[in-house]
Design a protein around this ligand. Structure first.
Ligand code: PAF
Length: 284
């Protein structure tokens, strides 16, 4: 456990710390995570630091956003390592609640965000975004920050959270942080730890395929053809199943009409490589 980073585990203790900072007139930044932290998370903490006087990070592996056959039990957990990394990145407080603190007996409310949460991962992972929206609504209410930073790597999640905050009038500014990547283009993810060395060598192909779609469509290629070529190239490289490779409008994630596209675009993809599900996105 890091000697220097204070840890609170209850909503009451979190609120007391934040209230004391507010009484000093300080601005609060918040970076929610599920732990197993890497440079991507730390870049979000550093971004929060540039916009706030004090930064809170949460580590909570949220069971309600995992499907029954997903990796909740296997999800990597290392609180001591996370605390040390957070302290080094300029975080002031770690909030690490238990599952019972987050979901006390009798909890019966779920937040669902229609529209933007429905396609893509909403189809591939039924219930996932209701779990995310519910825990993020709770975390934002618990911490009551001025700003909260989420990674663009989970691009659809970021749009779901923006919609949630707008629709529920939550008094917080949502800030998107750029995706941190390895030198070969692979988006950093806690789940990359599951990849074997052979899979790790193939994994950057997902980012490359999405870039190829983006560039082809920008150059006037037919959207459906470019998407299908990307799926075929991923399968040929050893990915499978490929949940989706789709070109969408940024923000709303609306589908484009058939044929060539104009205007801003976001290409999103999700595919399994062995036992690891990878997601990524590229865009304007
Ligand atoms: O992106 C994540 O790590 C999680 O989905 C989040 C936003 C912390 C909610 O559990």
């Amino acid at each position: 456990m890091s000697a220097s980073l204070p840890i609170v585990r209850t909503v009451a203790d979190l609120r007391a710390r934040v209230r004391a900072w507010r009484a000093e007139g300080l601005r609060i930044g918040f970076t929610p995570t599920m732990g197993a932290l890497h440079e991507g998370h730390l870049s979000l903490v550093r971004l929060a630091r540039t916009r706030a006087d004090r930064v809170v990070a949460s580590v909570f592996v949220n069971p309600t956003q995992f499907g029954p056959n997903e990796d909740f039990d296997a999800y990597p957990r290392d609180e001591a390592g996370d605390a040390a990394l957070l302290a080094g990145a300029g975080c002031d407080l770690l909030y690490a609640p238990s599952t019972v603190e987050m979901y006390p007996a009798g909890a019966a409310t779920t937040v669902t965000v229609a529209g933007v949460s429905e396609p893509l991962d909403g189809q591939a992972r039924p219930g996932h975004f209701a779990g995310v929206a519910t825990v993020v609504a709770k975390l934002l209410n618990q911490c009551a920050p001025d700003i909260a930073v989420f990674g663009e790597k989970d691009y659809q999640q970021l749009q779901v959270i923006r919609r949630l905050v707008a629709d529920l009038d939550l008094p917080v500014e949502i800030v998107g942080g750029p995706t941190a990547r390895a030198d070969d283009g692979l988006a950093l993810s806690s789940r990359n730890a599951y990849l074997s060395p052979a899979e790790r060598a193939v994994a950057p192909r997902l980012n490359a395929a999405l870039r190829e779609v983006f560039e082809a469509v920008k150059a006037g290629a037919d959207v459906a053809t470019a998407e299908q070529q990307a799926v075929s190239s991923l399968v040929a490289a050893g990915f499978g199943p490929v949940d989706y490779v789709e070109v969408r409008r940024p923000g709303t994630l609306e589908r484009l009409g058939p044929g060539p596209a104009d205007g801003p675009l976001r290409v999103l993809g999700a595919a399994r490589l062995g036992r690891t599900r990878l997601i990524d996105n590229v865009g304007d």
